[in-house]
Design a protein around this ligand. Sequence first.
Ligand SMILES: Cc1ncc(COP(=O)(O)O)c(C=O)c1O
Length: 420
Amino acid sequence: MDRRKVLKGLSLGMASLPFLSVKASQVHISEYKNQFDSNPADEKFWKKFRRDFYDVPKDFINLENGYFGVQPKPVYEAYLKNIEMVNINSSRFLRTKYSKEIKGIVADLAAFAGIDPEEALITRNATEALNIAIQGLDWKEGDEVILSGQDYFSMIEAFEMLEIQKGIKIKRVKIPLTPSDDEEILSQYEQAITPKTKCILVTHMIHLTGQIMPVKKISDRFKSQGIDIIVDAAHSFAQFEFGLKDLGADFVGVNLHKWFGNPLGAGLLYVNKNRIKDLTPLFGDSGREKDDIRRLGHFGTLSVPTLLTIADALEFNQTVTLPVKENRLRYLQNYWTSRAKDIPNVVITTPTQEDRSCAIASFKIEGKETKDVIAKLYDDWKVFTVIRFLEDQEVVRVTPSLYNLTSELDTLLKALKSIA
Ligand SMILES: Cc1ncc(COP(=O)(O)O)c(C=O)c1O
């Protein structure tokens, strides 16, 4: 879609954005088209890529890119321009141009996500997307849902609320940290299933350890038994390549402000066309057809500049391409985990096989308090990481982004040697 055409006739203010000190990108992402080769270890290339596209903090090394993704400069600049454009043109833009513009953006995003536009609903984040599915299903007293202790706390709490409100029953499975095969995981779900099982929630990439779950196999095995599969793809979407539909589940929730690199405040819900009618909206809507996904998204006025910028984040992802992104991120993770595992007392709590992890990994140090490890990493080495609570243990989560370099991971490794 040519956005310039849609925005034609609208005012743009001072291009210099004097109210913010933005270091403008000298390079447009399109100049990188076809320049990506498949070598994730070409540090010289990635150094230039970082210089061209990211403003990186000078006073610390950010290895906590799991919370949200730093926007590349072209996306950030587009966002600032969108804020300005919406503010200047205000209601005129919203009343005359926005619906056409966002329709095009949804169509492009849906194509990227491997779904039909009629199955895509833009939300404010993954929590909202997943709550629309979780709370929208027709729960009856005694219905059972299977969760794992490694699912995201907000989704667990949504089900705990339904436990109180509707009398549903939660069954919890234990996911092995470093499974030797998929069957080890599937058998956990198998054992928890009863004739009352209505739904399984699966986190595609576990946020605590970065483990990638065999979602397609879970869908294939249990959907045929009439069980609904809801997938939390908050961390997997745009970190590595897959189509949402290919997960085999009817409901998938995603955020766009993590690995997709959009400004904060955007998510996506996929609902299989045939299942839209089965969800009761979380926000009242009586004006649309039962199979119109927009019926589930009656949110009121939204952060329009954030949503318009999806077009720019999409362009960035399409140019870099997901296989290139995935290879580099997995390379960075393997770079530090393969070395850290040999440091005495360091235990990697992430499966490191190629198909079971990507950017995120976690570790603990035997005999050390995890909160002290985190503090030392930052205070002594200026390496920023985060503590995660993994059922009965605490781990340090390390999440490099595309802009991180191996020299920064060398600092992490030096720090680990000294702390362990
Ligand atoms: C696995 C998982 N699911 C859901 C979420 C919630 O995402 P959001 O805050 O965008 O709603 C997160 C956030 O970190 C997450 O890690």
